[in-house]
Design a protein around this ligand. Sequence first.
Ligand SMILES: *[C@@H]1O[C@H](CO)[C@@H](O)[C@H](O)[C@H]1NC(C)=O
Ligand SMILES: *[C@@H]1O[C@H](CO)[C@@H](O)[C@H](O)[C@H]1NC(C)=O
Ligand SMILES: *[C@@H]1O[C@H](CO)[C@@H](O)[C@H](O)[C@H]1NC(C)=O
Ligand SMILES: *[C@@H]1O[C@H](CO)[C@@H](O)[C@H](O)[C@H]1NC(C)=O
Ligand SMILES: *[C@@H]1O[C@H](CO)[C@@H](O)[C@H](O)[C@H]1NC(C)=O
Ligand SMILES: *[C@@H]1O[C@H](CO)[C@@H](O)[C@H](O)[C@H]1NC(C)=O
Ligand SMILES: *[C@@H]1O[C@H](CO)[C@@H](O)[C@H](O)[C@H]1NC(C)=O
Length: 289
Amino acid sequence: MFTLAGKLKLPFLILIYLTNTFASAEPEDFRYYVCGDSGNYTRNSTYQTNLNTTLSTLHTTNSGFGFFNLSTGQGVDGVHSAALCQGDMDPDLCLTCLNDSIVKLPQVCPNQKEAVGYYGRCLLKYSNVDVIGNMEMEGSRILVNNQNAADTDRFVGALDVLMNKLKADAAAGDSLLKFATGNTTGSDFGNIYGLVQCTPDLSEMQCTDCVEKAHNEYVTSGYRGKIGGTVFKPMCRYSYDVQRFFNGSTMVIPAPPPPQVTPPVLSSPPPLTGMKILGETTRTLYGTL
Ligand SMILES: *[C@@H]1O[C@H](CO)[C@@H](O)[C@H](O)[C@H]1NC(C)=O
Ligand SMILES: *[C@@H]1O[C@H](CO)[C@@H](O)[C@H](O)[C@H]1NC(C)=O
Ligand SMILES: *[C@@H]1O[C@H](CO)[C@@H](O)[C@H](O)[C@H]1NC(C)=O
Ligand SMILES: *[C@@H]1O[C@H](CO)[C@@H](O)[C@H](O)[C@H]1NC(C)=O
Ligand SMILES: *[C@@H]1O[C@H](CO)[C@@H](O)[C@H](O)[C@H]1NC(C)=O
Ligand SMILES: *[C@@H]1O[C@H](CO)[C@@H](O)[C@H](O)[C@H]1NC(C)=O
Ligand SMILES: *[C@@H]1O[C@H](CO)[C@@H](O)[C@H](O)[C@H]1NC(C)=O
C-alpha cells in the first residue's frame, strides 16, 4: 500500500503516541523525527559544511508565509532543505521553532544525510536530494488521542466531510500557502476542528495525494473514531480534534444529515479525560519554543 520508492529512502515508519505516553512527555523534547537511511556523512566533510551553511541561512529564506527553502552545494555534496510553519503561526514563534529545530535535528540525526523533524507547528527537513516538489520522502509520525467517540459512525461521517473539504481547500491554495482550517458539529460533545496543510511547493494533485495518504495511514493504523489525531508527513499534515488547537479563522462546514437510524441518545456527554495530546502539543508550541 505504501510503496513509495525512489531516491529518498527514509524508512517508512509510523510511531504512535498515545495519551499515556504524552502525559509524561517533556514538552521541550524534540520528539518527532525520522533519520534517513540513504547514507551518512562524516565529520568535517563538504556535506557537513554545506549542511551547516544551509541550516544557518535557512531562516532568511521565508517566502512570507512560513515556508523556507535553501540548497547549498552541488552533486553528491548538495544539501537541500525546507521548513514549514503552521499557516496561522505567529512569525516570531515560527522563527523560534525553526531556530530550535535546526539545532536539534542534526543532534538527534548526527550523521544522516537526510532527516525530517516535526515540532508540532513547524517542520524541518533536509536531504541530499532536492526536496522541492518531491513527494518521495518518507517518515510519518502519528499522534492520537486514544479516547473513542461514542458514536463512531456519526463522528467519522462528520469528520470525513470536514477533512475532505479542508483537503480540497488546502490543495487549491497557491504557491505560497496551502493551508485550511475549519470546524463542524457532529461529535458527541459538539465541535470537531480540522487542519490540513501541505508544503506550498506541491501541486494541487500532490497535496491531495499526500493528505489522502496521511488519512489512509491513520485509518489503517486503527484510529478511526478516535476524538483527535494528527499525521505528520514531510510534505503535509492532517490534524483534527474536538478541542480547538489552532489560531486561524475557521470555516464552518455543515454537519452531514443525521443517519436514518437514530442513534441512542447519550444521557450525558462522555468526560473529556483523554484530551491531553493536543493540549500537550499546544503547550509545547506556545510555551517552550
Ligand atoms: C549511519 O549512521 C548510523 C548511526 O548514526 C548507523 O546506525 C547506520 O548504520 C549508518 N549507516 C550507514 C549506511 O553506514
Ligand atoms: C574537524 O575540524 C575541527 C576544526 O577544524 C577540528 O578541531 C577537528 O579535529 C576536526 N574533526 C575531525 C574528525 O576531523
Ligand atoms: C557543523 O556544525 C556542527 C554543530 O554546530 C559542528 O559540530 C561541526 O563542527 C560543524 N561542521 C563543519 C564542517 O562546519
Ligand atoms: C495564537 O494566538 C495567541 C493569542 O493571540 C498567541 O498568544 C499565540 O502566540 C498564537 N499562536 C500561534 C502559534 O501563533
Ligand atoms: C533565529 O536565528 C537567527 C540567526 O541566529 C536570528 O537572527 C533570529 O533572531 C532568530 N529568531 C528568533 C525568533 O529566535
Ligand atoms: C525556493 O527558493 C528559491 C530560491 O530562493 C525560490 O526561487 C523558490 O521560489 C523557492 N521555492 C518555493 C516553493 O518557495
Ligand atoms: C466555528 O467556526 C466559526 C467560523 O469561523 C466560528 O465563528 C465559530 O466560533 C467556530 N466554533 C467554535 C466553537 O470555535
